[in-house]
Design a protein around this ligand. Sequence first.
Ligand code: 2AM
Length: 218
Amino acid sequence: GPLGEISIPLYFGFFLLSSVQDKIKCTANDFLKTLDTLEAFKKHMIDFTGKEESEVDLEQYFQAKEFLHCTTKFCNYGKAEGAKEYAAMPAVKKMYSFIFELSLTALFVTPRTVGAQVSLTEEQLLLWPADAESSVPAGASLPLGSRAHVTLGCAEGVEPVQTGLDLLEILALKQQDPKPDVVEEMELGSLTYYNEGRWMLSLREPIGARACFSSYYK
Ligand code: 2AM
């Protein structure tokens, strides 16, 4: 009935606990600050600015997100495809409000978004919708859960849905060329450039982030 439809949220996801949020925001800001100073990044600055010789302050460029989370299913209050089926999944009902430890394994930056890649465990994958990777770029086939990420910031005018698409694009390029040139060894890990302003920092030590599986209504 209509009440059942109202109870479907805007989205389900893993919501990072507030103490972890601060830590990850700091790490991300440090990364952006350092990236900005690298000669390799400056060489490709035009990807972000659109013109030669201009500079970009990455920390200003991206609008930071307030509640860090990893969306599992965007439901749009039941209007999104598969939303009702997802909300009715036994795993979703059973693990609602459970606390999980997410593993953040990489940070990535594009002219549109900045995010953290999340590597889900088998148990966490039980909460992952089967169709999340259906929008992978042509020619690639990526394993279930590949799209899992935490959006850290979006450039002005960019919709948050973009972060997952940017991640899928990078992972598809990585699949085509599993050993791309590492641009720089940084303290946090190895930095790779995937053309057109796409950067990925694979973390030496994954960041553990405790998060509550829950949902969001606006
Ligand atoms: P995000 O997961 O990359 O942050 C509300 O808009 C939340 O749902 C945001 O967190 C957003 O992106 C995610 N979202 C919005 N539209 C989406 C879509 N079509 N598919 C998947 N996730 C979406």
